[in-house]
Design a protein around this ligand. Structure first.
Ligand code: RAM
Length: 547
């Protein structure tokens, strides 16, 4: 008797600490929502990819991050050689892929009498193969970097890496082999996976070549990130983040139309909110769906509502939208919590209690941006309510919007300069103008003035990466600055194309190839969800981008 009780007690304690006893969800249906999300989990399509050749990483100061891949030999030359002689080689798969790697080892002479050891290093870009990872200076886990030591006990055999890999290049270095037999490598193979199973129509030949190229790479980027959730990057993080989902789902609407993936992600985030019902910044799928506890990222909680609205508009799936409406409605309470009577956000408190992200940009003051995003959220949530016939439940929103717009103009807008300013020294940033414009705070003429002024302002903080840059393009379009939207998109994403991008990057500053929010550029993600947005712009606004 005593033994049994102790046993139960131990299991119960272990369960509590491992988190497998799920706390009661804020929403009565929270648990079912996670189950529903699991039912919507897509089957991945598999495509077997063979290498296109061998390359050498060559230093070139004009190449992206100082390295370029030069073709040196065919893959057959590797298959015909003793790997004990070759020792080290870089294989090129010809494009970016996400999936599982395998190769065969075959005896050339003698009997395999000892293990063989390799180091395999995978890279999305050439510099990742050429740059030593250690001593590691970065501040995200070193283990994200895709280098693996593999020990093979017998030859012949097939080597399979369990870890999912993402990239184009692979270095194979021999770390140990017996001198009493020889072997060769054959059948290098990558089984690429994605939940995309459709190829959207090509853009007409008449469309600018640069735009067609950007669209193609954007589609590839999105496809790589669309796995069993909208991942942020298939190499690093590999998980669902609300903000990345928002932009991916927009691009998906105009390309792959895999709405079920959006639906799954909406249910997952809804079922895994915090105890207050707020949508968390990020959730994980394994070993079972669970949130990153305490990851309160305000921008992403808000963008949940907008994603739901756009999902409904694209699918007419009223059932899902109605079911998840309470989640959207609850996110508006965040706004109520932080907006004062006068309609102005209490930025200090919000910034202290939540992560306000907006951009990887050092020193960015986010006061105006969060005010703008709150208004944008109210507007979109109200539209969602109208579509669902639920306006009555959020009656005060139209007045709230008016009040917040007024407060923004009164407190944060410098009329003389025609620019929003905030923080110490009245900081001027793209972020502030962009989000106020998306929040509809300015008239078309004022918006044009603000965007023109910020672009001409030498000290203005410019976007730190493609995430903010995407909202910049949207702000230009909303302000009817279509020519500028087109040229900015071509210049920015075309800059990555010119630097050899196979997929678009997490971080891109045209003036600094080595920029990394994590203090080590190889840990950046070079196939990143939020960088796929040209697909959305080009295909949603053909009159601007396809003319
Ligand atoms: C990065 C992730 C993701 C983003 C968050 C805020 O680490 O890669 O894309 O949403 O930060």
């Amino acid at each position: 008797m005593y033994k049994v009780n102790l046993h139960i007690l131990i299991i119960a304690i272990a369960a509590i600490f491992s988190g497998s006893v799920t706390a009661q969800s804020y929403y009565p249906n929270g648990k079912q929502w996670v189950e529903k999300a699991e039912q919507l989990k897509p089957e991945l399509t598999e495509t077997v990819v063979k290498p296109v050749g061998l390359v050498e990483m060559v230093e070139n100061e004009n190449a992206f991050q100082g390295w370029e891949a030069k073709k040196v030999a065919t893959i057959d030359s590797l298959y015909a050689s003793s790997f004990r002689q070759v020792k080290s080689v870089v294989v090129d798969f010809g494009d970016h892929y996400t999936g599982y790697f395998s190769m065969d080892l075959q005896t050339i002479w003698g009997t395999s009498d000892a293990p063989v050891r390799f180091k395999l290093t995978f890279g999305e870009v050439p510099a990742e193969i050429a740059t030593p990872f250690d001593p590691y200076p970065g501040d995200l886990s070193r283990a994200w970097l895709q280098d693996e030591v593999v020990t093979v006990m017998h030859v012949p055999s097939t080597v399979k890496l369990e870890r999912r890999i993402s990239g184009r290049y692979m270095k194979i270095a021999l770390l140990g082999a017996s001198q009493y037999f020889d072997f060769k490598i054959s059948e290098l193979k990558f089984t690429a996976v994605s939940s995309v199973d459709k190829k959207p129509a090509d853009l007409p030949e008449s469309v600018l070549k640069e735009i067609r190229q950007i669209d193609r790479i954007g589609l590839k980027t999105l496809k790589e990130c669309m796995q069993t959730v909208y991942e942020d990057g298939p190499k690093r993080d590999r998980r669902l983040w609300g903000g990345d989902m928002y932009l991916e789902s927009l691009a998906n609407i105009y390309s792959f139309e895999n709405h079920q993936l959006t639906q799954r992600c909406l249910y997952l985030l809804a079922g895994l909110t915090d105890d207050d019902g707020y949508v968390l910044g990020t959730v994980f799928e394994s070993p079972e769906p669970h949130p990153q506890a305490g990851q309160r990222l305000m921008d992403y909680s808000f963008l949940y509502n907008v994603t739901l609205k756009d999902y409904l508009a694209a699918t007419n799936d009223y059932e899902t939208a109605k079911e998840l409406w309470p989640v959207a409605k609850r996110q508006l309470d965040i706004i109520d919590n932080y907006v004062d009577e006068d309609g102005l956000v209490d930025y200090e408190r919000a910034n202290k209690e939540w992560w306000l992200f907006f951009d990887w940009k050092d020193g960015l003051n986010k006061n105006a941006a969060i005010q703008g995003l709150m208004i944008f959220t109210l507007q979109n949530t109200y539209e969602l309510a109208q579509m669902l016939g639920k306006e009555d439940e959020i009656k005060s929103v139209p007045d709230q919007i008016k009040k917040m717009r007024k407060a923004a103009l009164k407190n944060l807008y410098n009329k003389k300069k025609g620019l929003f300013e905030c923080g110490e020294g009245n900081q001027i940033s793209y972020a502030s103008q962009i989000w106020m414009i998306l929040g509809g705070v300015l008239s078309e003429k004022q918006s044009q003035q603000a965007l023109t002024a910020v672009m001409n302002h030498k000290e203005a903080l410019y976007p730190g990466g493609p995430y903010m840059y995407s909202y910049f393009i949207q702000a230009l379009i909303n302000s009817n600055m279509n020519e500028q939207a087109k040229s900015s998109l071509v210049e920015y994403w075309g800059g990555m194309v010119d630097k050899g991008a196979d997929t678009f990057w997490e971080v891109y500053d045209p003036s600094n190839d080595f920029l990394s929010p994590y203090h080590f550029f190889p840990i950046n993600s070079y196939c990143h969800a939020w960088s796929c947005t040209p697909v959305y712009f080009i295909r949603k606004y053909p009159e601007i981008f396809q003319r």
